[in-house]
Design a protein around this ligand. Structure first.
Ligand SMILES: Cc1ncc(COP(=O)(O)O)c(C=O)c1O
Length: 464
């Protein structure tokens, strides 16, 4: 049987090491009691740190999850067909929550909100609305590996990278934006917009006001769109605080301009509330035509009425929602500090970050060579020998080999400590090989990296 071109086209990106690492984890998942030598999943940006808060709210509000309102069953109401505009109560609760996360500095209008099955669907829907197949969106590197699937696969749209590097802390610059634009033009690709994630996945940093202003100026000058994926907006645990693109537009009085209509926000409850399984996302756009088209398209990925009902009760609870955000950020901050400290104690540093569910970890000094092949060799060692599934920078389209994304919020403290201990043992084993060879200090690093490299080759033999 032959499948359609769309179904078989490889722009989905499932062969990326990002997804391959998950497959390896699934074959041999770590469990403290039942599989203590299994692979620890550190490649999944899930937030499990505040489930107890959600669970105690559910225990105190049993009606919300049991199809009831004021003790009376509303099962039939929820079970019947809903139109694609979503439950008004839920949209009101979502915009209120989005404002709260932004310190109530921006107000959102529920009529400009389109509900989607997660940010995955929101991003794809927006691209479908804004670009034709063969047109391009510019994305700063490194970026979330799922974007190849979400932005390109079914839409036929191309991603052109905006090259950002560690030399300036991965900040977006005017020349980098212009260079990406020119590259697209040289490839005969019409640029329809820029997509940024703020805070960034995989970097865990928020965009500065300077970068946001630069982006607004750029899309203004080029007459293109800006999509701001703010899925991690509630995870900002340290200063500088989160600045939404909407706040920048309002401060600069862009409300009655065409730029205002060309800026769109993507949001979801997958990260801030830790509910990726509920599939709740949204597009927020100032452009009525985008809202209308995206609403029609949302038929392919609606949020179930049962979920909308439950979450409208939870998010409109004035006591619960703000407390949750503050407490969750506190927990993320402490967990982030634990990983940074643990890695530092074994000589590994992280990009300074203030948000997200992961650290961007610098292992350039452990590479046998400054190449992406060497990065994948080291990654294989870390997955198969150390038993940690982390994501190599190359899977995020990073321009420099040796960086890895390491998640910290999808496991217990014990598991995180265990992961650091494993990494420590791995590095010490490398050093003792080196000591055995009794080499001079100056060649230490060289011999260690050679050791990593040699083991990687042994892996390859074993795989064959
Ligand atoms: C930047 C970014 N956008 C979108 C998504 C997809 O999120 P959802 O689970 O809401 O579809 C993710 C998930 O990791 C993400 O990191």
């Amino acid at each position: 049987m032959t499948l359609s071109k769309k179904a078989t086209c490889n722009s989905h990106g499932q062969d990326s090491s990002y997804f391959l690492g998950w497959e390896e984890y699934e074959k041999n998942p770590y469990d403290q009691l039942h599989n203590p030598n299994g692979i620890i999943q550190m490649g999944l940006a899930e937030n499990q740190l505040s489930f107890d808060l959600l669970e105690s709210w559910l225990a105190e509000n049993p009606d919300a999850a049991s199809f009831k309102r004021d003790g009376q069953s509303i099962f039939r109401e929820l079970a019947l067909f809903q139109d694609y505009h979503g439950l008004p109560a839920f949209k009101n609760a979502m915009v209120k929550f989005m404002s709260e996360i932004r310190g109530n500095k921006v107000k959102f209008n529920p009529n400009k909100l389109v509900l989607t099955a997660g940010a995955t669907s929101a991003n794809e829907t927006l691209i479908f609305c804004l670009a034709e197949p063969g047109e391009a969106v510019l994305l700063p590197t490194p970026y979330y590996p799922g974007f190849d699937r979400d932005l390109k696969w079914r839409t036929g749209v191309e991603i052109v990278p905006i090259h950002c590097t560690s030399s300036n802390g991965y900040r977006i610059t005017g020349p980098a934006l212009e260079e990406a634009y020119q590259t697209a033009q040289k490839r005969n690709l019409k640029v329809k917009g820029v997509l940024v994630t703020n805070p960034s996945n995989p970097l865990g940093i928020t965009l500065t006001r300077n970068e946001l202003n630069l982006l607004v100026d750029f899309i203004d000058a080029k007459g293109i769109h800006l999509i701001s994926d703010e899925i991690y907006s509630g995870t900002v645990f340290d200063s500088p605080s989160f600045v939404s693109i909407m706040e920048v537009l309002v401060n600069r009085n862009y409300m009655n301009t065409d730029v205002w209509d060309r800026v769109h926000i993507v949001y979801s409850l997958s990260k801030d509330l830790g509910l990726p399984g509920f599939r709740v996302g949204a597009i927020y756009s100032n452009d009525d035509m985008v809202v209308a088209a995206a609403t029609k398209m949302s038929s392919f990925g609606l949020v179930s009425s049962q979920t909308q009902y439950l979450l409208s009760a939870m998010l409109s609870d004035d006591k619960f929602a703000p407390n949750y955000v503050v407490e969750n950020q506190k927990r993320l901050k402490s967990r982030h500090a634990m990983l940074v400290r643990g890695l530092k104690s074994i000589g590994i540093s992280c990009l300074k970050s203030n948000a997200g569910l992961f650290c961007w970890v610098d292992m350039r000094h452990l590479l046998a060579a400054n190449t992406f092949e060497a990065e994948i060799d080291l990654w294989k060692k870390i997955v198969y020998e150390v038993g940690l599934n982390i994501s190599p920078g190359s899977s995020c389209h990073c321009d420099e080999p040796g960086w890895f994304r390491v998640c910290f919020a999808n496991m217990s403290e014990d598991t995180l400590n265990q992961a650091v201990q494993r990494m420590k043992a791995f590095l010490e084993a490398g050093r003792s090989v080196e000591a055995g060879q009794n080499q001079s200090k100056s060649s230490r690093r060289k011999s260690f990296t050679k050791w990593v490299f040699r083991l990687s080759f042994q892996d390859r033999d074993r795989e064959r």
